[in-house]
Design a binder for this molecule. Structure first.
Ligand code: NAI
Length: 284
């Protein structure tokens, strides 16, 4: 059974995965190429932990031992030295992910499982670039990781049953539910979610209703817990756009990114992480 997890990429998802893993007893190393990213991640993790403590979801003791179980490291070679499972959460770009997985393949123990948190890319394609395609799998978490109950486990063509069994056991220890998905672009959740978000962008562009009213309609009329713009701003509009571009390429016309989404990303309005997306968060 896995005890030591290294999370590569300390952005929105990497921070959440590192915190949730530490809270559930794993020893964690969080790695990022950007020192500033690690500093920000540490602050973010401390904020989530304190908030959970204040709300009574965790005790002070649980908070302190979770925070102690996370090490922050910028050198990949050092970060993965003892890893039994690596979870990658870097930028959604196949070339960059493949370059990283080739490095991980060289640096990690031969038994180490290499998982990607990709929203849509192919674990088969990533695994084929390593010498251990049987140990490469997608482990798709949801944002915010400490609250969302699901992990989508996506099996590449050569992912072994043993690897899937280990990932299922880790998911259980993280107190999450899993679904097993056969690889296909966008899996189950991203394929559906980006379509809703993109349609909402097109409606906003066409002047059908205000962003607030589109979100309100979807929440109160369709019973979604979040509106599509609240969700897009949380996910990051750049990440959303990259997923759409990939699905447009692989699944066709209905995934063509909305011109308004492209415009937001060009303007640097990426959502909560940049302070402004469809909504403005700078007053908070
Ligand atoms: P982000 O932009 O918040 O963070 C990415 C981090 O990776 C940055 O800190 C960056 O410095 C770091 N990074 C980039 N290249 C690196 C490398 N070679 N080595 C180490 N660190 C590197 O991105 P976010 O939103 O956390 O997404 C990460 C992955 O998770 C993407 O594949 C995305 O599609 C997926 N994902 C995102 C979700 C979301 O709601 N944002 C939900 C589920 C999956």
């Amino acid at each position: 059974m896995v005890q030591k997890i290294t999370v590569v990429g300390a952005g929105i998802m990497g921070s959440g995965i590192a915190y949730t893993s530490a809270l559930n007893g794993f020893s964690v190393v969080l790695q990022d190429i950007a020192e500033a990213g690690l500093t920000k991640a540490k602050k973010e993790i401390e904020k989530i932990a304190s908030h959970s403590e204040e709300k009574g979801f965790i005790t002070t003791e649980q908070k302190e031992s979770a925070l102690k179980r996370i090490k922050y490291e910028s050198e990949l070679e050092i970060a993965v030295q003892e890893a039994e499972l690596v979870i990658e959460a870097i930028v959604e770009n196949m070339d960059v992910k493949i370059e990283l997985f080739q490095k991980l393949d060289r640096l990690c123990h031969p038994n180490t499982i290499l998982a990607t948190n990709t929203s849509s890319l192919s674990p088969t394609e990533i695994g084929a670039q390593t010498s251990r395609p049987d140990k490469v799998v997608a482990m798709h978490f949801f944002n915010p990781v400490h609250k969302m109950k699901l992990v989508e486990i996506i099996r590449g063509l050569d992912t072994s049953d043993d690897t899937v069994a280990v990932i299922k056991a880790v998911t259980e220890q993280l107190q999450k539910e899993s679904v097993e998905v056969n690889e296909f672009p966008g899996f189950v959740t991203s394929r559906m979610n980006v379509l809703i978000g993109n349609e909402a962008m097109n409606m906003l562009m066409e002047g059908v209703a205000s962003a607030e009213d589109i979100d309100k309609a979807i929440k109160l009329g369709l019973n979604h817990p979040m509106g599509p713009f609240e969700m897009g701003d949380l996910v990051g509009l750049d990440t959303r756009l990259r997923t759409l571009e990939y699905l447009y390429k692989t699944l066709g016309e209905k995934y063509r990114p909305s011109p308004l989404l492209v415009k937001y990303v060009k303007a640097g309005r990426l959502g909560k992480k940049s302070g402004k997306g469809v909504y403005d968060y700078r007053e908070e």
